[in-house]
Design a protein around this ligand. Structure first.
Ligand code: FDA
Length: 306
């Protein structure tokens, strides 16, 4: 119930206006966001790399409505990729297609995606296309495949375990040797298309994770979760089937379970941290609150104490 409310608020403009002007919310958001500037994101990436963690940098933003605004998004991503190379960072980038203009025009979005992919290719790094709500699943997979067909081997995308369709999608992507991030899914979806109960989402995550890890190379899996049961199930599958580190990595979000991130590295598992930066932190922050209402209570208690 609370999750649904927070996910609804993540899309409500009036709530964004209130929350983004609230000092406490801004400070809380800093726990999950590296900062508003690229320099702050690079500093966070340097620290994470120094601790053996790889990084994927996400320039925050989504649902861009004006074509001219997408030029700034592309140039920030290109600057980010150039800075990754110049600083010798172990990092990739993650992006959302609606940030590149998917709501305006699919052709514009794909042209923008190509520009980012070209820069990433020049610097031998990779790009993951995040998965947004189910309204975008088909288009995202189509544009991901179109990019591969254009010869970009440095692109991957995301599958959400809560969608019923994901088993079929993962099977097809495994056969194509795709680089896939598997997560549970962060959006509000109806029960006609997504498992409503956590226990079913968890069971789906484990099934999809195991099947993908056991599929032939070059299929590569990013296991994106903070859930201890999911992590243990993955570690067990990797151990039992002697899956080499070249076939998978764990992924977590910046600011969540840092001690567990360090343990994964110490255990020899490649581990990458998703590091968001930029001024448009509101929807990202609200989705993180929706995942862990304890964070919301912490915020409310702190506000009442003032
Ligand atoms: P779950 O939400 O069940 O949480 C399990 C436990 O993890 C909690 O009990 C708590 O201990 C800890 N935890 C989880 N969230 C926390 C938080 N916010 N603060 C503190 N502790 C927390 N989604 C999507 O739809 N499209 C995408 O492209 C991506 N991309 C993505 C990249 C990466 C690297 C990650 C880790 C996640 C995503 N997600 C995503 C988000 C994902 O779908 C999911 O919403 C979150 O990861 C939360 O699910 P968990 O698997 O962590 O488990």
């Amino acid at each position: 119930m609370l999750r649904r409310l927070l996910l609804y608020l993540s899309r409500a403009g009036w709530a964004r206006n209130i929350v983004t002007h609230w000092g406490l919310a801004r400070r809380m958001a800093r726990r999950f966001v590296a900062g508003e500037t690229l320099d702050e994101a690079l500093a966070a990436a340097r620290t994470l790399n120094a601790n053996g963690l790889w990084v994927t940098l996400d320039y925050l933003g989504e649902s861009v409505a004006r074509a001219e605004d997408t030029a700034e998004v592309v140039s920030t991503y290109r600057a980010t990729l150039e800075a990754i190379a110049a600083n010798g960072l172990q990092a990739s980038v993650s992006l959302k297609l609606t940030h590149l203009g998917l709501d305006i025009d699919e052709a514009l979005c794909f042209a923008n995606l190509r520009r980012v992919l070209e820069t990433a290719q020049q610097h031998s790094t990779s790009v993951t296309i995040d998965m947004e709500s189910s309204a975008y699943t088909d288009t995202t997979l189509r544009l991901y495949r179109a990019a591969r067909d254009c010869g970009f081997a440095n692109v991957g995308t995301v599958i959400q375990a809560y969608l019923y369709r994901s088993a079929a999608d993962m099977q097809a992507l495994a056969a194509e040797g795709a680089h896939i991030r598997l997560c549970k899914g962060a959006y509000l979806e109806p029960p006609e298309i997504a498992y409503p109960r956590k226990k079913d989402v968890d069971a789906s995550f484990v099934r999809l994770m195991q099947a993908y890890l056991l599929s032939p190379p070059p299929a590569y899996l990013c296991i994106a979760t903070h859930d201890e049961a999911m992590i243990r199930a993955a570690e067990e599958t990797i151990r039992q089937h002697a899956i080499p580190p070249a076939r998978y990595e764990f992924q977590m979000l910046y600011g969540i379970r840092p001690a567990r991130q360090a343990e994964l590295v110490a255990a020899g598992h490649p581990t990458r941290i998703y590091v968001p930066f930029g001024a448009a932190w509101y929807p990202y922050f609200m989705r993180r609150l929706a995942e862990r209402p304890a964070n919301l209570w912490f915020m409310v208690r702190s506000a009442l104490r003032r």
